[in-house]
Design a binder for this molecule. Sequence first.
Ligand code: NDP
Length: 476
Amino acid sequence: MNMDFASDFTMTINGRAAWATETLAVVNPATEAVIAHVPDIASVQLDEAVTAARQAFGDWKDVGIAKRQALLRALGDRLADHADEFALLLTREQGKPLADAAMEIGTGIYWLQEMAGQALEPDILSDAPERRVELRHVPIGVVAAIAPWNFPVGLAIWKIAPSLLAGNVMLLKPSPFTPLTSLKLGELAREILPPGVLNVVSGSDRLGPWITEHPGIDKIAFTGSTATGKAVMRSAAGNLKRVTLELGGNDPAIVLPDADVEAVIPRLFWAAFANAGQICIASKRIYVHESLYDRFATAMVDYAKSVKIGDGTEQGVQIGPIQNRPQFDRVRALLADARSAGTRFLLGGDVPEGQGYFIPIAIADNPDEKSRVVAEEAFGPVLPLLKFSNVDEVVARANDSPYGLAASVWGTNLDAAQAVADRIEAGTVWINTVQDLGPGQPFGGHKQSGLGVENGREGLLEYCNPQVIVRCAAPT
Ligand code: NDP
């Protein structure tokens, strides 16, 4: 298949290319240049996509899991054939450095292959000859995946792989800021999957609500902000759609007095600043024991000064721009607010004028716990370092948040670190590591960080309805 990665971006509806009368411009955040135009779907075309999916559902759910596993692996193989083109396109639309884009594509391929290895055996709850009770896991129907702009390919695949494996059919809606790689993924899928099984649609801000309100859609899998997640849930109530919501976080990292500062610094630096801080599980508040604080802060600033920021296509660049103008403005406003509140910055804090949505690394020096720079999710390269003096105090501060996505604890005495981790309110708590995820590992948020999980058997079951079959040998 010869794919044009430079200019030809079409939706995939019912296994065919689909254009629209209106288009949307896509901007490279490093240059602010328009790099492509994509279809802005009309509501009648969304209806066509939902109808096509519904028509494909019967055959797809009955084809058997072995066939679906094989086709998902084939999709992974085709993505691997085009990995370099996808990585370059991802950098151009998203801004992340080319090495990170290649890693996102590689991880997506790995996820497709690994998820395709999962089985969906029924659970036998009772196996007496006269009364057998079986719990089956049957597909839900038409699933819509609403993906964000920070990991457009990776987070789309987190939804596509389990949903299709379970026997559902899908619509994928990428963010209007990063639709290009998703549209190309749809193009690849046209050659592999039966028509209607995976439809990829692009559109402006009206498309999200059209999807969440659509009576022909049975489930929404959403990654994005907590505020939008709540809107999705409200709107999904119309026909009682199932929802999986992966939302915001304000992950604390706790550095205990016996932590190995030199070893921890690079891990926590990248946990905070990779992808320009635009990661739901970025470390967004680092609590450092007072006995280490000055040494830790100096080492973190030194490390930050060695990192190169720029256009992700340039050799050696490690951090790219903020992905889009509204997010750039939000992060700039947060920094301006911190400045006017008197926050001290050990590094950065100002945003120079220039081309591209670039924000220099900003490290705040022990700001007030209630300040916006601590209490809010920056979703940008802004990190508060905070001092603590005892474990009870730091646990209370870490848990004092509406979010509960993930957290990390760092220390040499594992039992002491574990004792702290046990008290943290979050969906994942890492000890001496961070952002450690896997296709077999359920991932989801507590509190307002989400609903349900992705990945692992629990994540796969989110794409199934439970169905109990009670079989009796004779009328009872
Ligand atoms: P949103 O959460 O608003 O949007 C995410 C996706 O949802 C987009 O595709 C968006 O499309 C869509 N959407 C928006 N409104 C609705 C709706 N009512 N119904 C259905 N879909 C909808 O993210 P933003 O881009 O506005 O970013 C804002 C904040 O979200 C960031 O500052 C960050 O804190 C957080 N965020 C978190 C992510 C995560 O990984 N958890 C990822 C991205 C952002 P459209 O743009 O067309 O409205």
